[in-house]
Design a protein around this ligand. Structure first.
Ligand SMILES: CC(C)(COP(=O)(O)OP(=O)(O)OC[C@H]1O[C@@H](n2cnc3c(N)ncnc32)[C@H](O)[C@@H]1OP(=O)(O)O)[C@@H](O)C(=O)NCCC(=O)NCCS
Length: 150
């Protein structure tokens, strides 16, 4: 059940844990300095972490672009998946974006990433296009998903 977890805005002190989840989750992880710049300098960016007690178990981020929220990343620690944390993070990001005046939310997902695709489908995201070879390191295509009427 997701109710045992809490969510708050990400701060620089979270980055050791965030980087460990990031490396655990993506074949081309973001660098620590990318996260540092996002937190310190990108006024459009909002990042949140999911906590079990004081332990960071996942995170997600979005850019607020005019009236559209563009999701940059969502990841849950490998050992903590399938406990509702990904859904909690996405639902929180959607509420946050709506409160900040966004009308819709968009993201890209690997065609082969069934876990993420099911999560987004449950949250009302629909396919709006395909970017060929979007993930250059593996030449995988990306589906573009949109959730209208946040
Ligand atoms: C995608 C990800 C964030 C999901 O996080 P999670 O905490 O495991 O997701 P949840 O437990 O909230 O699951 C929500 C729903 O997503 C779907 N889902 C999640 N993992 C799944 C899996 N392995 N297989 C099939 N469906 C899955 C299910 O529909 C699930 O609902 P259910 O448990 O009621 O069936 C997680 O798998 C992850 O970090 N993956 C690596 C990073 C990644 O791919 N990020 C997305 C990039 S676009």
């Amino acid at each position: 059940m997701s109710s045992e977890f809490s969510v708050r805005l990400m701060v620089a002190e979270d980055l050791d844990a965030v980087m460990s989840v990031e490396k655990d989750s993506f074949c081309t992880p973001w660098s620590r300095s990318s996260f540092e710049e996002e937190l310190a300098k990108n006024r459009l960016a909002r990042y949140i972490v999911a906590l079990d007690g004081s332990e960071v178990v996942g995170y997600a981020g979005t850019w607020l672009v005019i009236n559209e929220a563009h999701v940059t990343n969502v990841a849950v620690r490998g050992s903590r998946r399938r406990q509702g944390i990904g859904r909690l993070l996405m639902e929180t990001l959607m509420v946050l974006a709506r409160h900040e005046g966004m009308d819709s939310m968009t993201l890209e997902v690997r065609v082969a990433n069934q876990a993420a695709r099911r999560l987004y489908q449950q949250l009302g995201f629909v396919e709006a296009g395909l970017r060929k070879d979007y993930y250059s390191e593996t030449k995988e295509d990306a589906l573009i998903l949109w959730r209208e009427k946040l």
